[in-house]
Design a protein around this ligand. Structure first.
Ligand SMILES: Cc1ncc(COP(=O)(O)O)c(C=O)c1O
Length: 345
């Protein structure tokens, strides 16, 4: 476990003792948001800013924070689901205790410049947490981004499910959520799942190039666009610019995500047909793939209810090829054509 902690801390760019292993990204984010809030309960800073497009593992902390007398304010996103430092500047004040904004959105794939956002929060004395579940390790190190707390999850980069980690910068006030033995430097009681933790480190060592994934996704999107698909995010490829450290090696959009809609075609009908055609997709997050509720991310971007009901999300993993992307695009367009033909019939 020491070797694993060393590998994870090196990927974070933090000290060995600043890594807390958890059961998931969800638990990591819960601990990151609730742990400091509990530690500072009754303090002078009473305001907590949560991103409007966060994963539910952050947003669902809200009622608990409110029950502890914090005022929770949602930070808006732009039309591509990115957080903007200008909008954040308007909301962070001297009473702000904590700001929690994700690095990349799990539905749309849009990447926010987390270093810039962290500097706005830190500049006003607030703590900064980022949910980096979609981007870690990705050539981006928390040491450079300046966050106090960073949440990650092993199954997003090829590791096992059931293990995540939280990077807690030294000196951050934080109380544990799970209490019991003194594991994880008293921050997360419970016997550690050693096999899963070692698996997480092994996945870090086995990381593969994302370029083939990006190429497959780009081909897929370009085929869909020719058929009328409206992509949600405008991606700018990997940046080499040193000033863009907060974006990591992804550029402004994750390599494997394709999100958008066919105007006038409901996601529900698309998903039913795609399922039959052997294409996996969702309308909101992957965890809500069985749900037909309009996605809170689409609504946060300012989409109408009708547009939100058209939202489609596809993701490409390692192993994606151009031939596979082309075939997937063919089937998606076929599904769309069948729906339009049935509508006309
Ligand atoms: C952005 C983001 N945060 C948190 C999570 C939750 O992580 P876990 O599944 O490890 O609980 C996910 C997805 O699963 C995610 O995409």
């Amino acid at each position: 476990m020491d070797l694993a902690r060393e590998a994870v801390s090196s990927a974070f760019g933090c000290l060995f003792g600043e890594v807390v292993f958890t059961s998931s990204g969800t638990e990591s984010a819960n601990l990151a948001v609730l742990g400091p809030a509990l530690a500072a309960r009754g303090g002078r800073r009473r305001r907590i800013l949560l991103g409007a497009a966060e994963h539910h593992c952050v947003l669902h902390c809200r009622p608990v924070l409110e029950s502890w007398d914090y005022e929770v304010v949602l930070v808006p996103v732009d039309s591509e689901s990115r957080y903007r430092h200008g909008l954040l500047e308007e909301l962070v004040d001297e009473s702000t205790f904590l700001v929690s904004l994700m690095h990349a959105n799990n539905e749309t794939g849009a990447v926010s410049d987390i270093a810039r956002l962290a500097s706005v929060a830190k500049g006003r004395g607030a703590l900064f947490h980022t949910d980096a579940v979609q981007t870690f390790p990705g050539g981006w190190r928390v040491g450079e981004a300046g966050a106090d707390l960073v949440s990650v999850s092993a199954h997003k980069f090829g590791g096992p499910t059931g293990v995540g980690a939280l990077n807690v910068r030294g000196g951050t006030p934080i109380e544990p959520m799970a209490r019991g033995g003194g594991q994880e430097r008293d921050l997360r009681a419970g016997t550690e799942p050693v096999a899963a933790i070692v698996g997480m480190a092994a996945a870090l060592a086995a990381r593969r190039d994302v370029e083939p994934v990006r190429n497959a996704r780009d081909l897929f999107v370009s085929k869909l666009v020719q058929a009328g698909f409206v992509p949600t995010v405008s991606g700018v490829g990997p940046t080499r610019d040193e000033t863009d450290k907060g974006l990591g090696s992804f550029g402004t959009v994750l390599p494997g995500h394709a999100h958008g809609r066919f105007p006038g075609v409901s996601a529900e009908s698309m998903l039913i047909r795609l399922d039959r055609l052997g294409v996996s997709a969702s309308s909101g997050s992957a965890c809500s793939s069985g749900s037909l509720e309009p996605s809170h991310v689409a609504l946060a971007m300012g989409w109408t209810l009708e547009e939100a009901r058209e939202a489609l999300r596809f993701t490409f993993g390692h192993g994606a090829t151009l031939a596979l992307a082309e075939e997937a695009a063919r089937r998606v367009i076929l599904a769309r054509d069948e729906i339009l033909a049935a509508g006309r019939a």
